[in-house]
Design a protein around this ligand. Structure first.
Ligand code: FAD
Length: 386
C-alpha cells in the first residue's frame, strides 16, 4: 500500500519512541486503571514531560509546533494499548478541547492555560450535551446571563468525557434566548473547575471505556468573568461546527485503529485454537469472515490516510470525514462482534482483551455526532433532504 504523505521518516521515528513510552507507562497499568475507573494525574504529567500532550501547540506556549501527523500517531498508539478509554480521554483534551483554547481563548489567559494543558497540569473537557439534547445541539438550555463583568451560568451537562478529572471545561451555553435561528444565541465559555457553582455531580457508569471518566455536571449560579468567553458571543455554534470536523477525524482514526488492532490480535488465536481436528481459522466460514473484515480494514486505512493528508493540507474534510466517522465506527463494531464470536466463550470473558474491545467500541457510533447524524449531514450535502 503506498504511504500517505503525513507518514514521514521523522513521524515514524516518533512513533517508535511513543510506542516504547506506551509499553512502559500505559500498558502495565491498563487493568488497574480500568478497575479504578480513573487515569492518575501522573500519567498526564508524564505525557506532558515527554512533549506528548498537544505537540501541535506553539513552542512559546509549551508545545512543539508539530503538525497533525503527531496527534495521529499518539491517538493510534494509545488505541493499540488496548484501552480505548485512555485514547478517548487524551483526544478529548489534546485534539478536541485545547484547539478551541489555542484559537479563541482570551489573550489574558491563553498562555497560562495552554502551558498548563501541555504539561498535564490542566486537563480539559468540553460540555455540549445535556440531558434533553445531544444530536440537536441548537436546542441546548444551559444559560449564561451577563451580570456586570461576569456571566452567571445555570444548567446541566451530561456524558462529559474528563468531566470529573477536568481542571477547565468549555461549556456551550445560551447567551441569547431570543435569537432566531436559535443556534445564533449559543456561546462558548471556559469555566475553571474550582469556580463556585460548578458541581461535578456524578461519574457515570458506562458499559465500556472504563478508564476514562464520563461526568454529569451542574452549573448553579456559577459566576465566571466575561473574559472567559471564547471568541465572540453568539458564535459558539459555528465554532463547534468547525472544530467538530477535527473531533470526528480523531474518532474515525480511533475507530480504524480499533478495527485493525482487534483483528490483529484475533488472528494468532484462531490459527492456534483447534476444534474438530482443525484450526478455527481454517473453517471456510471463519476464513471468509476474516477475509471480509480484513478487506474492509484495508479500504478504511486507505480512506483515513487520505483524509488525514487533506486535513493537514488545509482542505475542507466535512463530507469525507462524515463518511469516515459513521463507516469506520460501524466497521470497528463489526470487527469486534466477529472477533468475539471467533474467540467462542473466551471472547465473552473480561480477561480476554477482545471482550473489552467489544464494549469499548460500542460508543463510537454514538458520540461526536452519531452515525445517523453523519448520514443526515451527507444527505443534506447531496440535496436529498432539507
Ligand atoms: C462515552 C461517551 C462520551 C461522550 N463524551 C461527550 C463529551 O465529552 N462532550 C459532550 O458534549 N458530549 C459527549 N457525549 C455525548 C454524545 O455526543 C451524545 O450522546 C450524542 O451526540 C447523541 O446525543 P443523545 O445521547 O442526546 O442522543 P439523541 O440525540 O437523543 O439521539 C438518540 C438516537 O436518535 C438518533 N437521532 C437523533 N436525531 C436524529 C435524526 N435527525 N435522524 C435520525 N436519527 C436521529 C441518534 O442518532 C440516536 O441514535 C458522550 C457520549 C458518550 C456515550
Amino acid at each position: 500500500m503506498p504511504k500517505p504523505n503525513y507518514l514521514t521518516p521523522e513521524v515514524e521515528q516518533f512513533r517508535d519512541a511513543f510506542r516504547a513510552f506506551v509499553a512502559a507507562e500505559v500498558a502495565p497499568h491498563v487493568d488497574d486503571w480500568e478497575r479504578q475507573q480513573a487515569i492518575p494525574r501522573s500519567f498526564w504529567n508524564a505525557m506532558g514531560e515527554q512533549g506528548y500532550l498537544c505537540p501541535w501547540v506553539e513552542e512559546a506556549d509549551g508545545g512543539s509546533a508539530a503538525d497533525f501527523a503527531y496527534s495521529v500517531v499518539i491517538c493510534e498508539e494509545l488505541g493499540r494499548s488496548g484501552a480505548m478509554g485512555i485514547q478517548t480521554a487524551v483526544s478529548v483534551h489534546a485534539d478536541i478541547t485545547v484547539p478551541y483554547l489555542a484559537e479563541l481563548a482570551p489573550q489574558s489567559m491563553r498562555r497560562d492555560w495552554l502551558t498548563r494543558c501541555t504539561s498535564g497540569d490542566m486537563v480539559t473537557a468540553i460540555g455540549m450535551t445535556e440531558p434533553g439534547c445531544g444530536s440537536d445541539l441548537a436546542a441546548l438550555r444551559t444559560t449564561a446571563v451577563r451580570d456586570g463583568d461576569d456571566y452567571i451560568i445555570n444548567g446541566q451537562k451530561t456524558f462529559i468525557t474528563n468531566g470529573i478529572a477536568c481542571d477547565l471545561i468549555l461549556v456551550a451555553v445560551r447567551t441569547d434566548p431570543d435569537a432566531m435561528p436559535a443556534h445564533r444565541g449559543i456561546s462558548l465559555i471556559a469555566v475553571e473547575a474550582d469556580t463556585p457553582g460548578f458541581v461535578k455531580a456524578r461519574q457515570l457508569e458506562k458499559v465500556g471505556q472504563h478508564i476514562g471518566d464520563t461526568g454529569e455536571l451542574f452549573f448553579e449560579d456559577c459566576r465566571v468573568p466575561r473574559a472567559n468567553l471564547l471568541g465572540e458571543e453568539g458564535k459558539g455554534f459555528s465554532y463547534m461546527m468547525r472544530n467538530l470536523q477535527r473531533e470526528r477525524l480523531m474518532i474515525a482514526i480511533a475507530a480504524q485503529t480499533a478495527a485493525e488492532q482487534i483483528l490483529d490480535k484475533t488472528l494468532p488465536y484462531v490459527k492456534e485454537r483447534n476444534a474438530f481436528g482443525a484450526s478455527i481459522a481454517s473453517f471456510q466460514h471463519n476464513a471468509f469472515k476474516i477475509v471480509e473484515r480484513a478487506t474492509e480494514i484495508e479500504l478504511g486505512r486507505t480512506m483515513i490516510d487520505s483524509i488525514i493528508d487533506e486535513f493537514i493540507a488545509g482542505e475542507d474534510i466535512t463530507r469525507r470525514v462524515s463518511m469516515a466517522k459513521w463507516w469506520m465506527g460501524e466497521l470497528a463494531n463489526r470487527v469486534a462482534y466477529d472477533c468475539v464470536q471467533l474467540h467462542g466463550g473466551y471472547g465473552y470473558m473480561r480477561e480476554y482483551p477482545v471482550a473489552r474491545d467489544f464494549v469499548d467500541v460500542r460508543a463510537i457510533p454514538i458520540y461526536a455526532g452519531s452515525s445517523e447524524i453523519m448520514k443526515l449531514i451527507l444527505a443534506r450535502m447531496m440535496d436529498l433532504v432539507e
